[in-house]
Design a protein around this ligand. Structure first.
Ligand code: G3I
Length: 461
């Protein structure tokens, strides 16, 4: 699809006056004063990410900004089908592995993009159809998700499968022609291959309540009702010079279906409104408790696929733009993700045994508390630990867990692990130690063996 044409269309139809509405919105703010995007997002229990072209990881001017400001990355191209399976059955993970290593060394989580997309199919797949293509695509999902198993926070399992225009239906492609159930088949294969990753559907021109976003909404509602494993929806948010007035309402209606939402490819046309639109998108995410993070599609203007649109938060010399300040202020002013599930997403009737309640003081007391959410499979697990500061706040924290016999930690993000078996301790990294009263942050670790019985205890300093 032609993104520039779509972008122009989006700009033309965008509802004016949205910014004014968004800017006068009343926030239940938990003011803080983080000084980087990653620190401010982490204080609110969220991530702030960037799309990375791995070739740029050897440019220090680039990595200086990336490592300072972002705690999540996504490969701009290196995890796509043409890159990871250039010949059928021959897989290449060099670029993706390099990005994962960089992320792990710098306390960043990784979004995976994208297991299936009608664009950037390798040549051999472009020429396929029917059951042969269906087998090849499911094998691709299985192989790639297995390779990166335990290292991906969220996968874009399927990207851009809905058509533009008024119909709200699927886009034609060789993938779609294998049968309308190709998307759910892909999600089931991804879940089987990496049970710890959140599984997302990702698309563009979904920046408000419109025919396309409603088509996707209906699919997600159907998936949830039939138990198809979907955890999140990505809103690319390649934006023009105005923002739909119902941008936040659209995110919220998806969240109300019981999925997380994420802003996955944010960039905004340069011009007088750029800073305001970046700020309004950030506020919208902060106001939706299931909006878990924001990713900009690149770091500096000159890194962007949008070229002369100067669509990002840093100029070509690496200087912070007005849009940067607007985003940072919105992160600092926004509410933290609540520690209890939102009312629209009722908790299970019996608490899962792998998700015990906090064992240390709840917010409102000094110290800190920690709770764990566990995704386990036969032979491994991913633990996501939520740290909540007590009434005195924290300048640092340390979380201890005791692993089951035979279990060991193989990978940690957004914390530093001491030890890997038995009693293991996790200390904050530089950007997420300082928490205001009641504020939350998250870190995670992957392990082999059983995750049974993990009960985190939190100590504040
Ligand atoms: O690496 C080759 C290089 O060897 C060759 O000389 C050159 C010649 O054209 O091409 C290079 O590959 C290009 C690649 O970017 C890396 O720069 C491809 O041609 C080009 O098509 C590819 O564009 C990417 C585009 O997706 C593909 O459709 C953009 O970088 C990437 O930013 C863009 O990202 C997409 C998301 O995946 C999905 N949502 C929309 C978004 C923007 O279009």
């Amino acid at each position: 699809m032609n993104h520039r044409r779509a972008l122009r269309a989006a700009v033309t139809i965008a509802v004016t006056g949205a910014l004014a509405a968004a800017m006068t919105m009343t926030l239940t703010s938990t003011a803080s004063a983080g000084t980087t995007l990653r620190a401010s997002a982490a204080e609110k229990g969220r991530y702030f990410g960037a799309a990375v072209a791995t070739g740029k990881l050897s440019t220090s001017a680039y990595t200086t900004i990336l490592n300072r400001e972002f705690n999540s990355v996504v490969a701009e191209n290196e995890m796509k089908w043409d890159a990871t399976e250039p010949q059928q059955g021959r897989f290449s993970y060099t670029g993706g592995d390099r990005l994962v290593s960089h992320a792990q060394a710098n306390g960043m989580s990784v979004r995976g993009h994208a297991l299936l997309w009608h664009q950037q199919e390798p040549g051999w797949a472009q020429g396929m159809s029917g059951s042969a293509l269906r087998s090849a695509m499911i094998n691709h999902v299985t192989q790639v998700a297995t390779h990166f198993r335990g290292k991906i926070y969220a996968w874009d399992v399927v990207n851009e499968a809905f058509a533009d225009g008024g119909g709200g239906g699927r886009r034609d492609s060789n993938l779609q022609r294998t049968g309308n159930d190709w998307i759910e088949a892909a999600f089931r294969a991804a879940r089987a291959a990496d049970p710890g990753a959140k599984l997302c559907y990702n698309d563009y021109n979904t920046d408000g309540i419109n025919a396309k976003s409603t088509g996707i909404y209906n699919m997600v509602r159907d998936f949830k009702s039939r138990g198809v494993p979907i955890d999140c929806v990505g809103f690319q948010s390649h934006l023009g010079t105005s923002l739909a007035g119902d941008y936040q309402a659209n995110l919220q209606r998806f969240a109300d279906l019981g999925v997380d939402v994420q802003i996955t490819e944010l960039d905004v046309m340069t011009g007088g409104n750029q800073a305001n639109i970046f700020g309004a998108v950030t506020r919208a995410c902060m106001n939706v408790s299931r909006c878990t993070g924001i990713t900009t599609w690149g770091v500096r203007d000159c890194d962007s696929w949008r070229g002369s649109d100067n669509a990002l938060l840093f100029d070509c010399n690496g200087n912070k733009k007005a849009a940067y300040t607007s985003v940072l202020n919105a992160l600092n002013a926004g509410p933290a993700i609540p520690t209890t599930p939102p009312p629209t997403d009722p908790p299970p009737t019996t608490p899962p045994p792998t998700d015990p309640p906090p064992t240390t003081p709840p917010p409102g007391t000094a110290g800190c508390s920690a709770s764990v959410s566990l995704n386990s499979w036969n032979g491994g697990f991913v633990a996501t630990v939520k740290v909540t500061a007590g009434s005195a706040g924290t300048s640092g924290w340390n979380v201890g867990v005791t692993l089951a016999s035979g279990a060991s930690v193989t990978n940690t993000w957004s914390a530093t692990a001491s030890g890997s078996t038995g009693s293991v301790r996790f200390a904050n990294v530089d950007y997420n130690g300082r928490l205001g009263a009641g504020q939350v942050t998250e870190f995670g670790f992957q392990g082999t063996g059983s995750g049974a019985g993990i009960t985190p205890t939190c100590t504040a300093s």
